[in-house]
Design a protein around this ligand. Structure first.
Ligand SMILES: Nc1ncnc2c1ncn2[C@@H]1O[C@H](COP(=O)(O)OP(=O)(O)OP(=O)(O)O)[C@@H](O)[C@H]1O
Ligand SMILES: [Mg+2]
Length: 496
């Protein structure tokens, strides 16, 4: 057997009272794509911070190629070994691609930065790794997938041949995921080794050869993916066997009153959209990332301002472009990006979960702390949030658990319309079920629900799914559709 490219053994990492890793282990062989899976809070991202030298373990060792990992302070040595591409960009959005590639090591000509050389070297580097991105483009203007490729190219240019991808597909649509995978395969052929973290287990089977499972901060197993079929993998993650729920078709009450009535809604991203959602109905919105589906949903939550058309909730016109007023009008929302739109990072879980209901919890703006804590504790329990308690800051939470706090807050306001944008992004297979079950409870209570998602599992539970293509509604699928039918209309191959 060859020397492992990366080997972590006996890893312990604590954060105050939380033991994020109690027995972390990982052995990655050169040239493989290795999956790291586990439920929310299992310790995956923590292990990544140790493998990339952002933190030191409290106990245990990390070795690269049989050699001990460099000291934390030697950033250059770490950069030559490993890099991590996160969902969140680590490039500077205001800079061009070329500047980002050579940040802090620009080619100098008599002590001045040579822009011409910078551009040329960036172009060479991108070409060498087959990345088709304009080096002069502003990084902020790149699509997520291109930004990820720029980050990978940057890592490779430092000499690293081990790349960690922590949930890289969470914000990509199907076609973008396919492109990322074919690039990964090509890079793997040229000798790059990947550690791949994802809650989409089918992706593990698609691009990885080996899988390591963590559960409750401990290493559970490492096996060739071919030897661990899906049921076994889920069982290793959850510690019990889980009957995964198939899509269940539910009768819609067609006599239920229309709660949301959207007419001729138009903006730069979508055109002339008509849409209704009845009381207790769940309507899905599907489409590629360029379809306008997110902008449409954001318009209903006050985050995006349409240029024409109307939206009425229970007969009342929804205020456009005003998030607070929209919330008051009865719209609860799980926004697209929990980092920038979802959570107040400096606040506790309890404060975040209850901030949409402070009005209701206390009169005259006063909220008893006990009352709030009680309410938050209940939400934490109901949504299966893996945390020490309501007083923990949300910045300590794992990605999936932070997403659940955002969901808790949307539900806490007892909305008449619930707009969910990629609600299960980053949420593990088991928690997904409990999150979607909460949506079912809300609909049973008469809430109208609009679900915007790239995930077929989220859409499967909708009473019907509308498909947007280039800003227009082009298809409607009642519950019970087959995957390939929905994908065909998303890709625009079943209509003119
Ligand atoms: N900086 C921190 N301070 C306190 N606790 C932390 C910190 N970072 C992580 N934790 C805790 O460590 C545990 C493991 O978190 P980690 O982010 O590694 O989970 P994960 O497996 O990546 O989960 P997810 O799938 O949700 O991303 C969680 O209980 C989390 O709350
Ligand atoms: Mg994580």
């Amino acid at each position: 057997m060859s020397t492992p490219l990366v080997e972590a053994r006996g890893i312990v990492k604590r954060y105050g009272p939380t033991t994020a890793l109690a027995d972390g282990r990982l052995t990655v062989l050169p040239g493989e794509s290795h999956a790291l899976v586990g439920r929310n809070g299992a310790g995956k991202s923590t292990l990544v911070t140790l493998l990339t030298g952002l933190q030191a373990p409290d106990e245990g060792t990390v070795r690269f190629d049989g050699e001990p990992a460099p000291p934390l302070a030697d950033r250059d040595a770490w950069r030559r070994k490993v890099a991590c591409v996160y969902q969140r960009p680590t490039v500077v959005p205001e800079l061009t691609v070329a500047e980002n590639l050579f940040i802090n090591r620009q080619p100098l000509q008599r002590r001045f930065i040579s822009w011409r050389r910078l551009k040329a070297e960036a172009a060479d580097l991108l070409a060498a790794w087959d990345v088709h991105v304009d080096p002069e483009a502003r990084t902020a203007d790149l699509k997520v997938e291109d930004r990820q490729m720029v980050e990978i190219a940057r890592a490779l240019s430092f000499g690293a041949r081990f790349i960690v991808l922590d949930e890289p597909t969470a914000q990509l649509d199907n076609r973008e995921i396919e492109r990322l995978f074919s690039r990964m395969r090509a890079l793997q052929k040229s000798g790059v080794t990947f550690l791949f973290i994802s809650h989409h287990l089918q992706e593990v089977y698609e691009v990885c050869q080996t899988v390591t499972v963590l559960r409750d901060a401990r290493w559970i197993t490492t096996a060739p993916v071919a030897d661990l079929p899906r049921a076994g993998l889920v069982e290793a993650m959850a510690g019990e066997s889980i009957a995964e729920q198939a899509g269940h078709v539910r009768e819609v009450d067609v006599s239920a009153p229309v709660l949301l009535d959207v007419r001729g809604l138009t903006s730069q991203s979508y055109e002339d959209v008509d849409l209704t959602v009845r009381r207790g109905e769940v309507v899905g919105l599907a489409g590629s990332s360029a379809s306008g589906k997110i902008e449409l949903a954001e318009s209903l939550t006050g985050l995006h301002k349409p240029s024409g058309g109307t939206a009425r909730l229970d007969g009342q016109r929804l205020p456009f472009g005003d998030v607070q007023a929209t919330l008051k009008a009865g719209v609860g929302c799980v926004p697209r990006d929990r980092h920038t739109q979802g959570l107040v990072i400096g606040m506790t879980i309890g404060d975040n979960a209850t901030m949409s209901v402070l009005d209701r919890l206390g009169r005259f703006g006063f909220v008893g702390t006990d009352r709030k804590r009680g309410f938050a504790t209940e939400l934490i329990e109901r949504l299966d949030i893996h945390a020490e308690g309501p007083d923990q800051p949300v910045s300590d939470l794992s990605g999936g658990n932070a997403q659940k706090v955002v969901m808790a807050r949307a539900l806490a306001s007892d909305p008449r319309l619930l707009v969910l944008i990629n609600p299960t992004a980053g949420v593990d297979v088991k928690s997904k079920e409990s999150l979607l079950a909460r949506v079912d409870t809300a609909r049973d209570d008469g809430t109208a629900v609009l679900v915007v998602s790239d995930e077929l599992d989220d859409l499967r539970r909708c009473d019907r799914v509308l498909v947007l293509f280039h800003g227009r509604v082009v298809a409607e699928h009642p519950a019970g559709w087959r995957d390939h039918e929905l994908i065909a209309s998303i890709e625009g191959v079943d209509h003119g």
